[in-house]
Design a protein around this ligand. Structure first.
Ligand SMILES: Nc1ncnc2c1ncn2[C@@H]1O[C@H](COP(=O)(O)OP(=O)(O)OP(=O)(O)O)[C@@H](O)[C@H]1O
Length: 265
């Protein structure tokens, strides 16, 4: 079970970064989310847990408007980033995704060089003017993603030639290269071995110093290790959210208790 580190402040004292209020989502006729309310704080990791099909990934995809591209999806409710409605008509989803980055379950580097994978975002968002600026941002992002030392001598080689764990760290470098404020991670370690998983978890601990991280995970051990707050979903509803220690040791709802003790799911 996670232990509070000495000097840790309750996460709620961090800045509120994203807030979802009464979010409902339908895939055609089928409702997948029911009145979800969740606050996500800066400089902390929020874990979304729950049995398969309970809506964790669907909710995560609401936070960067990735569901917009799925035919027949309808969303109601309100999601705010720094108090601004991310579904307001004036918000450009491409610009939003520079502020809210996503790392997927399966590492998905572009079929380009390691360098280009990381330089791509800064290029399309016009963040760099000179070759030196690109080089700097690529080095900084790969360093923050804990990959620089392993790839610095082969930046022109294809990203797809790296190991699975390295590819996932490359995808993290790609996501952070545009300085997002929020990083969404959808089961980022489920395709990785324990050593690669441990590297990503250490990295998350470091990245959260400057970011709000929201992670979907099937592993309760992982949620306990990496997150400060945990939200438990069941059948499209957010049953309970609290600090991670409480969710795992003293949850309020019987369904949460049953899930964290392995009685279902
Ligand atoms: N593109 C889609 N079209 C229709 N239904 C979908 C779509 N994506 C997800 N669903 C349905 O919405 C519900 C929630 O799915 P979602 O993937 O969000 O759950 P999850 O908790 O992330 O599951 P898992 O842990 O298995 O990844 C499920 O019933 C799923 O079948």
């Amino acid at each position: 079970m996670p232990k509070k580190k000495e000097g840790d402040l309750p996460v709620e004292q961090n800045e509120l970064k994203m807030k979802a209020s009464d979010v409902n989502l339908w895939y055609g006729e089928k409702q997948a989310l029911f009145d979800v309310n969740l606050e996500m704080f800066d400089q902390s990791v929020t874990a979304l847990i729950g049995p398969s099909g309970c809506g964790k990934s669907t909710f995560l995809r609401c936070l960067d408007r990735m569901n917009d591209v799925i035919d027949g999806v309808r969303i109601t409710g309100d999601i705010r980033l720094d108090g601004e409605d991310i579904y307001a008509p004036r918000v450009d989803p491409v610009q939003l995704r520079a502020r809210v980055g996503m790392v997927f379950q399966k590492p998905n580097p572009f079929p380009k060089s390691i360098f280009e994978n990381v330089a791509y975002g800064p290029r399309i968002h016009g963040l760099c003017r000179s070759k030196a600026e690109f080089e700097e941002i690529v080095e900084r992002s790969l360093t923050r993603a804990g990959l620089w030392e392993e790839v610095k001598d082969r930046l022109q080689e294809p990203g797809t030639g790296l190991s699975g764990g390295q590819q996932q760290r490359l995808c993290i470098a790609r996501a952070i290269s545009v300085n997002p404020e929020v990083l969404l991670m959808d089961e980022p370690c489920s395709a990785l071995d324990p050593i690669a998983t441990a590297k990503i978890e250490t990295l998350m601990d470091d990245l959260k110093k400057n970011l709000c991280i929201v992670i979907v995970t099937h592993s309760m051990q992982q949620a306990a290790r990496v997150s400060q707050r945990t939200a438990f979903f069941h059948l499209g509803k957010l049953v309970e959210v609290d600090d991670t220690t409480t969710i795992f040791t003293n949850p309020t709802d019987q369904r949460t208790q049953d899930y964290v003790t392995g009685r279902f799911g």
